[in-house]
Design a protein around this ligand. Structure first.
Ligand code: TXA
Ligand code: MG
Length: 313
């Protein structure tokens, strides 16, 4: 059910969950001070309680107010990327952040969204948690209809159109005296290096204790099986006639082609990624191969990571 800003504000303030647009993906929001509504988010998404939620703030002061200490680089990073698609994991004053939101951890993840509606909502209410607005494990929601598909037509939804980036925020954590990338995302390591003065390494996500507990779980996956390929177009299309690829390439023998972008452009492909993965399922496609013949730099690195996860099951 599409709602306006005032209604979204009222619903949040009275302890309800609302789907809100951000510049990365849609989120399911509940005010940090409404613990029952936060619990409801875990039920709605079928999300394990061990997977903490990002706290979204309207001002940097709101973040500082919840934190115990601020690691070096905090002001440089937030000057450069807030509001925007960068999330920082910070040590917190525990009693100020409900343990359910942070899965009992002693630190929490913070981000200040740039989307105008999200900003207005935050400034009219107070900090809210917001995981991506999809069922746990499924591709994130980047358009209003994706939220409706996962949570039904009656779910309260603030319509912000299609999300600018189309992939989630980049998450940084300060460990071993440097910032590390805990989740690749819409902001690239190279962009972050410009304000930090060094290239933040990507922390291993497939180990026993990833920095982000959510990296443990299967993610972003459609029901369709994805086969990633960097070569052999023809051979692949003979076995699998459905292709996810780019408009300026030949996919001989392909019966159906889902375009990530007209030419291989990482920004456009990111914008289209989750819509494409969702469309496969709506079209009842069993399997598709994915053209991975592109660089692994900048935003392509994020796209590769998402597609590798979506393909592994
Ligand atoms: O772009 C985004 O970040 C979107 C929009 C809605 O803001 N949100 C999002 O939330 O992607 P979610 O819940 O789908 O992914 C958040 C990730 C999870 O992997 C979670 O484990 C990690 O952030 N995370 C959250 N709080 C954390 C914490 N305190 N410590 C470590 N990881 C944390
Ligand atoms: Mg998510």
């Amino acid at each position: 059910m599409k709602i306006g800003l005032n209604q979204a504000q009222n619903l949040l303030s009275t302890g309800h969950v609302v789907a809100v647009p951000t510049e990365t993906v849609y989120g399911l929001a509940a005010l940090l001070c409404q613990e029952k509504a936060i619990l409801e988010i875990f039920h709605l998404k079928k999300r394990p309680a061990t997977n903490p939620l990002i706290i979204h703030v309207g001002t940097r002061e709101q973040c500082i107010d919840l934190c115990e200490v601020l690691p070096p680089g905090f002001f440089e990073l937030t000057d450069a990327f807030w509001p925007g698609a960068l999330t920082l994991i910070l040590p917190i004053i525990k009693e100020k952040v409900p343990s359910i939101a942070r899965a009992n951890l002693a630190h929490a993840a913070f981000r200040m969204p740039k989307h105008e509606l999200a900003q207005k909502l935050l400034l009219a209410t107070s900090p809210f948690v917001a995981p991506s607005a999809n069922l746990s494990g499924s591709p994130s929601a980047t358009r209003p209809e994706h939220v409706e598909n996962d949570f039904g037509q009656d779910f309260p939804l603030l319509d912000g159109g299609s999300c600018q980036h189309g992939v989630e925020s980049t998450i940084l954590a300060y460990q071993d005296a440097k910032w590390q990338i805990a989740r690749l995302g819409a902001i690239t390591a190279e962009q972050i290096a410009l304000s930090l003065g060094y290239l933040p390494p990507v922390a291993a996500s497939i180990n026993e204790r990833p920095i982000c507990p959510g990296q443990h779980f299967q993610h972003y996956a459609p029901k369709a099986r994805l086969v990633l390929s960097t070569s052999c177009y023809t051979e692949c299309t003979q076995r699998l006639p459905v292709v996810i690829g780019f408009g300026d390439r030949e996919y001989e023998g392909a019966k159906k082609i889902y375009l990530l972008s007209e030419r291989a452009d990482a920004d456009m492909a990111a914008h289209q990624l989750y819509d494409t993965l969702r469309q496969l399922d709506l079209d009842g496609i069993d399997a598709a191969w994915v053209d991975m013949l592109h660089s692994n730099e900048g935003l392509w690195q994020t796209l590769s990571e998402r597609l590798n996860r979506a393909a592994s099951r």
